[in-house]
Design a protein around this ligand. Sequence first.
Ligand code: R5P
Length: 298
Amino acid sequence: MPCYGWCRFPQIKKRGIMKIISTEPSQVLASRVADALKTTIIDVKFSRFPDGELYLCANELDEDMVIVGSVVDSDSLIQLVLLIDACEGLTNQLVIPYMGYARQDKRFKAGEPVSARAISRVLSRGVDRCITVNIHDKKVLSYFDIPASDVSLARDIGTHIKSMGFIDPLILAPDDGADAFAKAVAACGSWDHDHLDKTRISGDEVRMAPRTLSAADRSVVIVDDIISTGGTIATAASMLREQGACDVFAACVHGVLTGGAFARLKASGIHEVVCSDTIERGCSGFSAADRIAEALLR
Ligand code: R5P
C-alpha cells in the first residue's frame, strides 16, 4: 500500500507499509510512530483471566509488523512476549523504547543473573530485528540473538531545550559517563557543556560541581539517559543553586521516576523536569516517535 497524504518520511513510499501494534503502556508512543509513518495502529484487546494471568487478542494482523513495547515492569514484559507470539510467522520488527533490566548488564556478584541478557534472549525469539532507544549501555545490544540497534534522542532533547528559549544555557551531565550524551545535546544549540564532579568532603558530605565551568548566573540543564529515584540530580540541583545557578532544569530520555522522584526533584529546586514518551508520563514533553520511525525505515 503506498503512502497516502502528507508524510514526513518519503522513504516509506519505497517499501510496503508496516502496521504497528503495542503493549498497553506504550500505546501513545506507538500511535505517534504510526502517525509518523502514516500507517495504522492495530486494536488489541487486553484483559486478565480470573487468576490474574494476562490475556490479549489483536484485532487484525498484517504481514509486516512493528511491535512496540517498553519494559517498565513484569506485566509489560509479559505483554510484549505475548504480542510477539500473537505475531508468529509474520515479519516482525521489535521496538523497545525503554528496556527495563538493562542496567543489570553484568554479574556484579556470584549468583546473580545477567538480567539484560536474559530479557534480550527472551525477546529475540520470533523477531527479525530490534530497535532500542538510548539503551543504558550499547553492549546490551549484543545480547540479542537478532540484529539490534539503538537510536538516541539527544537531538530531541536539544530541540526541546531550544523551544524553552534559554539564553546561553549550560548543559550538564551528572557524571562523566553521561558526558558524551550532554555533548550531543549541547551540539544542537552550540551551547557549553560539562559534567559534574563529585568530591567527598567528609564521611557523609559530598560536593558536586561542574568539572571545569562555573554554574554561577547561568541557567543549567542537567541531562541524563534515565532519572530513576532522582537522587543524583536532586543533590546536584541543590548544590548548583548554592553555586549561584539562576535556574536548574532536568531533562532525560527515560522518566522512570520511581518512589516520588518527580516531587523530590521539584523540592530540590528544579524548575522543570521533562522526559520523553519512552515511558509515558505527565511530564513527557517530547517524543521518541520520529527517531523510531527513521530507524524502522533504515
Ligand atoms: C546511571 O548510570 C544512569 O545513567 C542514571 O544516572 C541513574 O539511573 C539515575 O539514577 P537516580 O535517578 O536514581 O539517581
